[in-house]
Design a protein around this ligand. Structure first.
Ligand SMILES: [Zn+2]
Ligand SMILES: [Zn+2]
Length: 241
């Protein structure tokens, strides 16, 4: 299995990442990546860009070095009702929205509270996927979360970076993958790269997905067409051209 799409990447604008969009595109083209989504952190994270940054993403070319570039965000979940750090009118205009828990933006509570927040976020029509849902700092009821993703046509992310930076993620990620397989929910894989050299880096994910024996039709990263088709349907659903 070879992925040609990366749906989770950070540029220098995130504040603690180190490459420009141009550098990322160039490196992606060298690594056989055909499309990536720029998902810089939402404004609630220290050092992340303000809302205007996200309102101006249209200045980034749609294709650089032959690589398609989609505009997105990694929004922060900032409360346990599922509130995000970006208003709907901004989320609505982006190609791809991932949302996640980070302990510097919200304090961990109980499993039930994390689960409920994640469910509420998945019910937000502008959110496409939960990023690194296997983060052991924010344990959730995996079966319930995957069930809600299914009901709402949403995606579950498996994050390559988690296996290094979020210790203990692997078992949870495996369980998410198994549950997606059981319920037929689509998976989206993100490198979560914070430097150009890691764009399209999925080495740990390949291993995990092989172990779980996920059918390739459940993985969104195997072709540009697959993700574009998903986005087309999402745009129709939220009333956008
Ligand atoms: Zn994150
Ligand atoms: Zn990230």
């Amino acid at each position: 299995m070879k992925f040609v799409v990366d749906t989770h990447t950070h540029t220098i604008s995130s504040g603690h990442a180190y490459s420009t969009v141009q550098e990322m595109a160039r490196e992606a083209s060298l690594n056989g990546i055909e499309m990536f989504v720029v998902t810089d952190h939402g404004p609630a994270m220290k050092g992340a860009p303000c809302l205007y940054h996200f309102g101006n993403l249209r200045v980034i070319p749609e294709v650089l070095y032959g690589v398609k570039i989609l505009k997105g965000v990694e929004a922060n979940i900032i409360d346990y009702t599922g509130g995000l750090d970006m208003p709907d009118e901004y989320l609505r205009r982006l190609d791809f929205v991932i949302a996640s828990f980070h302990d510097i933006c919200i304090e961990p509570k109980t499993q039930e509270e994390h689960t409920q927040a994640m469910i509420n976020v998945l019910q937000n029509p502008y959110v496409d996927a939960i990023a690194h849902p296997g983060n052991p700092q924010f344990p959730v009821d995996i079966k319930r979360v995957v069930g809600v993703a299914k009901e709402n046509g949403k995606l579950i992310e498996i994050n390559n970076h988690s296996f290094v930076t979020r210790k203990g993620s692997e078992e949870n990620c495996k369980e998410f993958a198994r549950e997606c397989k059981r319920q037929g929910v689509k998976i989206v894989c993100g490198s979560d790269s914070h430097i150009s050299f890691d764009v399209g880096r999925f080495d740990r994910i390949y291993k995990l997905l092989e172990e779980v024996d996920i059918p390739s039709e459940l993985i969104m990263n195997t072709s540009v067409d697959k993700l574009e088709e998903y986005i087309k349907q999402k745009k129709a659903r939220i009333g956008r051209k």
